[in-house]
Design a protein around this ligand. Sequence first.
Ligand SMILES: Cc1ncc(COP(=O)(O)O)c(C=O)c1O
Length: 497
Amino acid sequence: MNNMTMAMRRRPEILRMLCRTILSASSSSEQIAKSCSSDEMIKYEQEYSAHNYHPIPVVFSKAKDVHVWDPEGRKYLDFLSAYSAVNQGHRHQKILDALVEQAQQLTLSSRAFYNDKFPVFAKYLTNLFGYDMVLPMNTGAEGVETALKLARKWGYEKKGIPKNEGIIVSCCGCFHGRTLGVISMSCDNEATRGFGPFLPGQLKVDFGDVAALKNIFEVHGDKVAGFLFEPIQGEAGVILPPEGYIQSVRELCSKYNVLMIADEIQTGIARTGKLLACDWEGVRPDVVILGKALGGGVLPVSAVLADKDVMLCIKPGEHGSTFGGNPLASAVAIASLEVVVEEKLAERAVEMGQVFRNQFLDLQNAHPDIIKEVRGRGLLNAVELNAKGLSSVSAFDICQQLKERGILAKPTHDTIIKFSPPLTIRLEELSEAVKAFKEVLEHDLPKMRQQLQGSVTEHQPSACDRCGRHEYNRRPAGIRYQQQIFEEESNCFLENI
Ligand SMILES: Cc1ncc(COP(=O)(O)O)c(C=O)c1O
């Protein structure tokens, strides 16, 4: 142990002083990474990085499989898996080996030339998922943008939609990423405020509402190129559609000649217990978008899958990405998919998910005033808390306490906590999380409530700026919303009447 490390262990003030010195302009990045505490790292990031997420204050320094360590050596169980990008577990050896081996040969060609890894990946991926062709990209949002462009192109070339009149239908409460095209479909004020004007040619429909979708297709069907949806709405809080919904969507899309576009970026690659969540209803979408776990938590890799009649509507030069289909990503993606197949991660997700939900349901029985609902499929799960039971405490506060007890989970909206661990997780580790949650509810929550007494927290979702609805993502069964189209910054949205 060197002198600096010994001093840092002994005295937090010395550590802070040292960090300040190290963070001065003369220090190297390596020095900073080796010497700073979590708090210093967080400050450092806050000073130099723009905002994007609302992070839980924990710093990842090392990870393996389901575990993460912070710079102080504290160990955590990862129940977010980087939003389902780490289905295979952190730093899976097979994926790392593929990365290193390929890095020693070739990392980038750009598709201005061919390389000898992408075709292998393309063949493996298309065979595994049963589609003719793949269009490779990098991030999830790029994958979605690609699918939207593909649908428009197909709409004009194959369906005969008049020029520039193509419409894409998407769902209220959806999350497909953060690009302008994608947020044009969002009902999330945080994602949309201040970023208009939005993309024209959009229509919204309630997720899970077959009758409303049918109405839209009846009224606008001639111009609708695609219906984009998540088979389970992940970021909205793990919202499952009614049984049979995906099959009905398939039937409607076929009847009205609309491309059924499944965003399986979060639900795909075994997360829900099948290779694709659409497999639960035996449905084959026309277009599938993959991302996240396709890169095994190592590199950003996304892909759009479709058959030739759709995919070949995009001609050479009409779409691309410098890094899309790069050999390094291709090697990593092959290994990532092989791990999912070889380790039967889909089967594991079904088994572990059931145990997890059962344990949480027991907890709900013990605390019905606080736990409103436990839901999910495979290892994509959420626990929704009662706003009343929480009083001024938020799901974020609960996640902070979970972190103190070694469990990393992330809230979505004010009252929902998502649990999506790596699919390699073991029974004891799942139980550890449930135990920690129980302790937070029984020991920490009463204290937090007391501390926050008198402070006012709004747990009600604010009305969507664009459609005016208060609760866009959850609807009591049986309630139907009459459709009315209105124009807002050249967008069509459905309004609840
Ligand atoms: C369903 C879905 N689509 C798209 C995205 C966007 O992916 P990325 O953050 O890689 O752009 C996400 C990210 O959470 C997602 O959950």
